[in-house]
Structures are given as structure tokens and as C-alpha cells.
Design a protein around this ligand. Structure first.
Ligand code: ASP
Ligand code: MG
Length: 401
């Protein structure tokens, strides 16, 4: 007998038939003799619909009220799923963040979990009930409802797995595992049996949106094995863990991120302190900077370019423009039609020639590289957005065909 946390995403519980199917899955695990704790997301597009409703009423409603509203979606799911399980005759109880005691800070719409109380869930498990818990929600120190940010239910599930010392945390989604590339883009993308936390983190931050990043960080910190699998079929998924046993692969995936922008400051003074000044301005606005490139100085001037989230681009450009005199640059060059394509793999550490193979694939497709950045387990390039899909296919086939 084990304690298993099962998390189902919005698409898995989107309608009544799917609620029934998930109920079967949950009760099967329960009937095998396991203690089962289930975390659910809001059904289908519910969260988006609630956001649209809010915007209809007031485009600038406070974040507190947004969280109050968005938390409803998950509460609907757990209650409906509990009713679906009751049809199958199994004992079940649904609980929200208040009832469990999922304590967060008070950052509405992006709250961080501080502590999860295990006692109520333990009591329900002792009574042999299946316990359904709202994902995404928490309560602030003031007792207000908070939400963890979009996609946050994965993080709820891992936090519960940590608090309950669960044996396994299963994340059910609409894809049946982690692939070497987006299968919708690359037809021969392969499903990975296992992947390390670090590789998964790189892939997630590079736009392979399977798992909420914070959930993987938390799983890594507390050594929770995660299994990513589909609720639509009975097939094994991908296990995310610290060390993979299998034969070590060099590259575990190719990912693209199209929601970035590139900003270049042309004609900066070629003197100490310029980069410090520039990036402090952005840090003060809490704007994250990714790839950074500085040109060789030509006499008394130099250029610095960097990428930011597309959503932060206008604000970043405005701050820089407002400080043009202090920074002393000639002009800004902003491009939103860019994408970052990356390869990720723990095995590239000791394998020469990986970056060269990637660049060759791009060259053969006549795709120009604007920027390059690397870490121990990743190589990223910035290219034209219009060429991103072609680049992913070409790079994938270079490494996996
Ligand atoms: N329902 C929330 C969202 O759509 C949380 C989640 O699904 O993980 O972002
Ligand atoms: Mg999700």
C-alpha cells in the first residue's frame, strides 16, 4: 500500500464524461489498497473564462478580487469529481485550500506556498476516504484566498506530496509524457522514459509547457519523484527524478520559446559601469533578462543586446528610453519577431561537438543565428520567429534521426 498524489489538469476534467473517466482512474488506484489524494485544476477553459468575465466588469480589478474569483474554478472541479466518485460507491471528500490549510504568502495571483497542514487530510485518509483537493489555491497570512499563478496546480500537487510524504506524485495531463520535441511539431518526437529535474527545468523554462516550473523546483528540493502521464490512456508516462538509470542520452529535447523579445542598445559609452547601470534599471522594475550579448567596443562606443519576456518588452523599452541620457546610448532597437530554440541534455557536459551539430542543422536550413547562449546542459540560439518551427525540426532530426 502506498500514498499516492494524483493531479489532473483542466483538460482531463473538462466535461462530465471526463469526470467519469477520471473517477474510474482514481477509484482503481484506491481499490488497489492505496491512500489516494487527488489535486484538480479548473475544468477546461474555466480559468480563462473567469478572467474574461472579470475583464468585462473591470479591466483593473484588484488582484485580491481576481484570486477570489479564479479560486472558484478549482472548487467546482473537486465538488463535481467527488460526486462522480460517489456514483461509483467509494467514500470521498473534497476540500479547498482553507479546509486543508495550504498556507501561502500574500502575493495575490502569484503566491508562494509556505506550509501545508497535513492533519485534516491524514484524518480523512484514516477514515478510508479518497481526498480531493483544489489545486492553484492557497490562503494568505490574513486568511484571504490566493492563487499560485497560471498552471499552479502542479505545484499544489507537489506541495501536498511533500507534506504527506507521498510515495509518488502523478501528474495527469493531455500529453502522455515528456517528448524529445513537441509532438505536434515534430512527428517522430520520442517519449522519454525518464528525465532529470534539471533537464525538465530547462525544458519547462524554454517553453515546453508540460509542468509548472515551480513544481519541478520543489520536487527537486524535496526529492519527490514525479510521473507525467495522460488520463486518456493506460500507458506509462515519463518519470522526472534526480538520477536517471537508463543509458544516458546526450540530448533529451529540443524546445522553442516564441514569447520573447530582443532589445539592443546601440552606441553605448565604452566605459565601466554601463552594464551595471542598465541592468539595475530593469531589475528595479522586476524585469527578468535572459540572453545577454555585448559587442566588442569600437573606440568609445559599444552595443549591448538582451532578451526579455515578450510581456515585459514594452515596459523595458520605456524604462531604457526614459533613461537614455544617463545611459548615453544612441538608439534602441527592439525586435518582437524572434524566437529562442534550444537543445537540452545532461549528456552534453562531456560530449564535444554538440553545439556544432546544432549550428550545422541551422546552417543547412539557411537559418541565421542572432544570439547564442549556453549553460552546462543547454545551448540556445535566437533566430527569426518565422523560422522557429523549421529550426526545431531540423535540429531534432540532426540528433534523433
Ligand atoms: N486553473 C489554473 C490555470 O488555468 C491552474 C492550473 O490549471 O494549474 O492556470
Ligand atoms: Mg498545467
Amino acid at each position: 500500500m502506498a500514498l499516492i498524489v494524483m493531479k489532473f489538469g483542466g483538460s482531463s476534467v473538462a466535461d462530465t464524461q471526463r469526470l467519469y473517466r477520471v473517477a474510474e482512474r482514481i477509484t482503481n488506484t484506491y481499490k488497489e489498497g492505496n491512500d489516494v489524494v487527488v489535486v484538480l485544476s479548473a475544468q477546461g477553459d474555466t480559468t480563462d473564462e473567469l478572467i474574461a468575465k472579470a475583464e468585462e466588469v473591470n479591466l483593473n480589478g484588484s488582484k485580491r478580487e481576481m484570486d477570489m474569483l479564479l479560486a472558484c474554478g478549482e472548487q467546482m472541479s473537486v465538488a463535481l469529481e467527488a460526486m462522480a466518485i460517489q456514483r461509483l460507491g467509494c467514500p470521498v471528500v473534497s476540500l479547498n485550500a482553507w479546509q486543508v490549510g495550504i498556507h501561502t504568502d500574500s502575493r495575490y495571483s502569484g503566491a508562494r506556498i509556505r506550509r501545508v497542514d497535513a492533519s485534516r487530510i491524514r484524518m480523512e485518509l484514516d477514515r478510508k476516504r479518497i481526498v480531493l483537493v483544489t489545486g492553484f489555491q492557497g490562503i494568505s497570512p490574513d486568511g484571504d484566498l490566493t492563487t499560485l499563478g497560471r498552471g499552479g496546480s502542479d505545484t499544489s500537487a507537489v506541495a501536498l506530496a511533500v507534506a504527506l510524504k507521498a510515495d509518488l506524485c502523478q501528474i495527469f495531463t493531455d500529453v502522455d509524457g515528456i517528448y524529445t520535441a513537441d509532438p505536434r511539431l515534430v512527428s517522430n518526437a520520442k517519449k522519454l522514459q525518464e528525465i532529470t529535474y534539471d533537464e525538465m527545468l530547462e525544458l519547462a523554462s524554454l517553453g515546453a509547457q508540460v509542468l509548472h516550473n515551480r513544481s519541478v523546483q520543489m520536487a527537486k528540493r524535496y526529492h519527490v519523484d514525479l510521473e507525467v502521464l495522460t488520463s486518456f490512456a493506460n500507458v506509462p508516462g515519463t518519470i522526472v527524478k534526480e538520477v536517471v538509470k537508463m543509458e544516458k542520452v546526450i540530448i533529451s529535447g529540443v524546445a522553442k520559446d516564441c514569447s520573447i523579445a530582443r532589445i539592443a542598445l546601440v552606441g553605448l559609452n565604452n566605459e565601466p559601469g554601463v552594464a551595471y547601470q542598465l541592468f539595475s534599471l530593469l531589475a528595479k522594475k522586476k524585469i527578468d533578462v535572459d540572453v545577454i550579448l555585448q559587442s566588442i567596443g569600437r573606440g568609445d562606443s559599444k552595443d549591448i543586446s538582451f532578451t526579455v519576456d515578450l510581456a515585459d518588452c514594452d515596459e523595458a523599452a520605456a524604462v531604457l528610453e526614459a533613461n537614455r541620457d544617463e545611459l548615453g546610448f544612441d538608439h534602441l532597437d527592439v525586435r518582437k519577431d524572434v524566437a529562442k530554440v534550444s537543445i537540452v541534455g545532461g549528456g552534453m557536459l562531456n560530449t564535444p561537438g554538440i553545439a556544432a551539430a546544432m549550428f550545422q542543422a541551422l546552417y543547412e536550413e539557411h537559418i541565421n543565428i542572432q544570439m547564442i547562449s549556453t549553460s552546462e546542459i543547454k545551448v540556445s540560439v535566437l533566430i527569426d520567429k518565422a523560422q522557429a518551427d523549421r529550426a526545431v525540426r531540423a535540429i531534432h532530426s540532426k540528433f534523433f534521426d
